[in-house]
Design a protein around this ligand. Structure first.
Ligand code: NCD
Length: 307
């Protein structure tokens, strides 16, 4: 029977998400023994550039004691015409138990998981999903506010091309946050509204209402045709700058999954803002990835979710 995989956050129940956040939070004060994944071989199969996510998974895997092989992009036999199924069979035959994968095609990890007799973790597929990013964002909110339920969280920018936004919307709704999506029609179609998810075009007007604001990068590599009159036009309406920071509530925080484009979705004023939580997000990434690896491979730890 194939192992359990994490392809998007809807693979987890709300209580499993909550469990993972609690478990990850514990690693903050109390690093786990480097034996949690002893004798477990993990392959990192990244087909797209990545600094944060790749490094974060590599550090998490080392800290839980897994044996790790990283296949650099371009070096796998998929480039020689081998099918995804054949790659999966080959890796499983070598005793690989888990594959962490990033791919520019939406759905790639799903196809891999169908033929791989082990665990697949989606580290980002096309514009579709990025579940561990959403978990680290949820952990950042939970650490800041004590709970995610009832928080008013805004996501601004290139929502339609953003796997981070998609997974975050699932996670935020699962834990009971109120989601506001903010952006122009071309980057945020009306159809993305649903129960608990509203769409707002007027950035300035909504800023005072938010507990947390997540900035997103304009995904230039995923925008086939021009969907924006110009970056200047985007910046005028949706860039977070000194004036807009003053419109936020005093307790509000600002997040960004990185990489950020200075001058496009934010100005340098954001880095000096007391509520800027980028570094906390990055550090939480290692904790949630350790928690996810242990959860998928070894299941729920009886003591982890308590206290
Ligand atoms: C994001 C990604 O690659 O999905 N970055 C990340 O993983 N922290 C966001 C982006 O590329 O803009």
């Amino acid at each position: 029977m194939p192992g359990r995989s994490l392809l998007d956050l809807d693979d987890l129940t709300s209580s499993e998400i909550q469990y993972l956040l609690e478990y990850a939070r514990r690693f903050h004060d109390d690093p786990p023994p480097r034996t949690l994944l002893r004798d477990v071989t993990v392959v990192n199969l990244f087909f797209e550039a990545s600094t944060r996510t790749f490094t974060s998974f590599a550090i998490a895997e080392a800290r839980v004691g897994a044996d790790v092989v990283a296949l650099p992009p371009g070096s796998s036999s998929l480039g020689k015409g081998e099918t995804i199924a054949d790659t999966a069979i080959t890796l499983a035959a070598m005793g690989v138990r888990a594959i962490v994968t990033r791919h520019p095609e939406s759905g790639f990890p799903y196809r891999l998981a169908e033929s791989f007799d082990g665990h697949v973790i989606n580290a980002g597929d096309g514009r579709h999903a990025h579940p561990t990013q959403a978990l680290l964002d949820l952990l950042t909110l939970q650490e800041e506010f004590g709970k995610v339920a009832g928080l008013r969280v805004g996501l601004v920018g290139d929502i339609v091309h953003s796997r981070v936004a998609r997974s975050n919307i699932l996670g935020l709704r699962a834990l009971g946050a109120e989601v506001t999506l903010i952006g122009p029609h071309t980057l945020l179609p009306e159809a993305m509204a649903r129960d608990g998810v509203r769409i707002v075009r007027d950035f300035d007007a909504v800023l005072p209402e938010l507990d947390a604001l997540m900035l997103l990068r304009i995904q230039r590599e995923r925008i086939a045709s021009a969907v924006l009159p110009s970056l200047e036009d985007y910046a005028r309406n949706y860039r977070l700058d000194a004036r807009r920071l003053r419109l936020l509530a005093p307790h509000a925080i600002v997040m960004h999954p990185g990489p950020y484009n200075r001058g496009v979705e934010l100005t340098d004023d954001v880095f000096a803002f007391s509520g800027w939580r980028y570094a906390q997000q990055v550090s939480h990434g290692v904790y949630v990835r350790m928690a996810v690896l242990d959860f998928l491979v070894n299941g729920v730890r009886e003591t982890a979710g308590r206290g």
